[in-house]
Design a protein around this ligand. Structure first.
Ligand code: HEM
Ligand SMILES: *[C@@H]1O[C@H](CO)[C@@H](O)[C@H](O)[C@H]1NC(C)=O
Length: 546
């Protein structure tokens, strides 16, 4: 039995809240004792100690700012422009960020702050804590590569609550250990085997065709969610969860809207989605999150649901391992080559039988791979629907290389430059991981792109948010047409913007922690788009037909 998070939070805070009051009281008593003439009652002294608290906070913050300033001067660096809040404690900023989550657009609030301060790196303060926000390629490059060791992931209260101690939520040696285990699985042979994509793409397209023949629109985002669920589950878990085989949902305008019973994988994707929302809500609330989840740790609850779904799959993989082990006289698992193994899970159980470790790894990679790829497919198709001339051109490239029947190989995909440009352009304007966070391990200085200017000082333990989405749309980096969807920018002269500074485009991050699934994601997206355009020649968004 564990206490509710809110209660635990308050208990933990007791010393923090009362020890300054007690200290104040003790000092006051000592001072009064020196001048023995004055007699002050216990209650009055306590009252004074209480009143003194806000002043103490001000002194503490002031002292911290002073120390940071001194430290910055020692480094020969300075702070970035500060966005000034208008309400005490930065409540206006907190409010704006939470409104954005509900009804705004990712990056809006920070974009406005940067515009107002005329700087792509700014600092602001909420609840007496400074936060840094940047859309500057030099700073992002420093955090991800040249100063990799100075910055941690550091988000265990949020993502860690869902994913445990997997690759996404660990740093240092533990992270190196995880990456070492997972990495061999992404070798070329394994990720250029498109048989999994082919099977699930065909099921998805058959489902879409059947629905269109009924004269009803298809919710492509939903279809992609199922496609990436089924293909990731098979690639990762060696298990076909068959979410595509379940009835697709009807649009709300259809009388059949409510039809199509829940499928177990629907429940899984729904739980996963809810969990991801909770993680970002917690991220906004920061360290005080237990006040919002007072009686129940909502994320823990979701994790238990997700575990219930994964556990039987885990058991089956362990069972497969044991069966194989018996057949081959036992100890061959460890030394087996990756290519002979089926799914990633089959490979992982060969490395360890620690169930928590296996679960954390699987949940993490499922989160990493499924939603991001689904997102990239959804936006690619959306862009094709909005830009018929681009669709026509990419379809011509597909037909030129493959005709209307043949399935693409790795080499085919490599040659289809326009398709890759379309996907890049989509990832530029709609990066599936639009914002990210690092925390400084020690005080450090981020370089200033202007060599005459001082570097940007980052104190130890500071949260730095980097907004890839805003950087990908900067006119000073991409040219005046930065906000336009134009795949040709990757193929004509404008590509120089990117080739002269690759850090202006980092949908998969960069450096030692670069996405392990980058190729897998490009392949999955390309494969589906190719097969789709071989079968269909146009995409009509529902707002055009109705
Ligand atoms: C379009 C699709 C994808 C995008 C945009 C994307 C993006 C990213 C980003 C930005 C990171 C860095 C996270 C961080 O360090 O803060 C990352 C890491 C990672 N991604 Fe992806 N990803 C995609 C697809 C995939 C797929 C399909 C898989 C696996 C099947 C995958 C596996 C991973 C793993 C294992 C990491 C952790 C690497 C590490 O921390 O060392 N990703 N991804
Ligand atoms: C797409 O972006 C990748 C970087 O993620 C780059 O290596 C590649 O050259 C780009 N391809 C095209 C056709 O623009």
């Amino acid at each position: 039995m564990s206490l509710p998070p809110g209660v635990l939070f308050l208990i933990n805070r007791i010393p923090q809240i009362f020890s300054p009051i007690l200290t104040c009281y003790v000092i006051l008593t000592a001072l009064l004792r020196l001048s023995s003439s004055v007699q002050v009652s216990f209650w009055k002294k306590l009252l004074v100690s209480f009143i003194f608290q806000p002043l103490l906070v001000v002194i503490k913050v002031w002292y911290r700012d002073y120390m940071h300033m001194k430290e910055a001067r020692g480094f020969g660096a300075e702070s970035p422009p500060r966005y000034k809040h208008s309400k005490i404690g930065g409540l206006d900023i907190i409010q704006a960020l939470s409104n954005q989550l509900e009804e705004g657009y990712i990056g809006d609030v920070f974009h406005d702050m940067m515009e107002r301060e005329k700087s792509s790196t700014i600092i602001f303060r909420t609840l007496f804590e400074d936060r840094y926000v940047t859309a500057d390629p030099e700073h992002i490059k420093a955090m991800l590569t040249t100063q990799f060791d100075n910055f941690n992931i550091g988000n265990s209260d949020f993502l860690g609550a869902l994913l445990g101690n997997g690759i996404f939520t660990s740093d240092g040696d533990l992270w190196r250990f995880h990456r070492g285990i997972i990495r061999p699985f992404f070798n070329k042979g394994r990720i250029t085997d498109f048989e999994i994509f082919e099977r699930h793409t065909q099921v998805a397209l058959d489902q879409a065709t059947a629905r269109l023949q009924e004269g009803v629109a298809v919710d492509m985002q939903d279809l992609f969610s199922r496609f990436t669920m089924d293909s990731s589950a098979e690639f990762l878990l060696g298990d076909d969860v068959r979410s595509l085989s379940a009835a697709l949902p009807y649009p709300p305008s259809s009388p059949l809207y409510a039809k199509g019973g829940p499928h177990s994988s629907d429940a899984f994707t729904k739980d996963f989605r809810r969990a991801q929302d909770l993680v970002s809500e917690r991220g906004q609330r920061g360290r005080n999150w237990p006040l919002w989840e007072f009686w129940k740790d909502e994320i823990k609850e979701r994790r238990i649901q997700l575990t219930d779904y994964i556990n039987p799959i885990l058991e089956r993989a362990l069972e497969r391992k044991r069966n194989k082990g018996e057949k081959n006289g036992g100890k061959e698992q460890k030394t087996r080559e990756v290519k002979e193994v089926g799914s990633m899970l089959d490979y992982l159980v060969g490395q360890t039988e620690d169930k928590t470790l296996l679960l954390d790894t699987i949940l993490g990679i499922l989160l990493a791979g499924r939603d991001t790829t689904g997102c990239s497919l959804t936006f690619t198709l959306y862009m094709l629907a909005e830009h018929p001339s681009v669709l026509k051109k990419v379809r011509e490239e597909i037909i030129e290389h493959l005709g209307l029947e043949r399935s693409p190989t790795f080499d085919d995909m490599r040659k289809m430059k326009y398709l890759r440009a379309v996907i890049n352009e989509t990832l530029r304007l709609y990066p599936p991981v639009p914002t990210n966070i690092r925390v400084s391990v020690r005080s450090t200085v981020l370089p200033n792109k202007d060599p005459g200017q001082k570097g940007i000082f980052i104190p130890a333990g500071t949260q730095v948010t980097f907004i890839v989405l805003l950087m990908h749309r900067r006119k000073d980096l991409w040219g005046p047409d930065a906000l336009e969807f134009d795949p040709d920018r990757w193929l004509d002269d404008r590509v120089k913007h990117y080739t002269s500074n690759p850090f202006i485009f980092v949908p998969f991050n960069a450096g030692a922690r670069i996405c392990l699934g980058q190729q897998f994601a490009y392949h999955a997206t390309s494969y589906f788009i190719i097969r789709y355009l071989q079968r269909f020649s146009k995409i009509t968004p529902p707002w055009v037909t109705t």
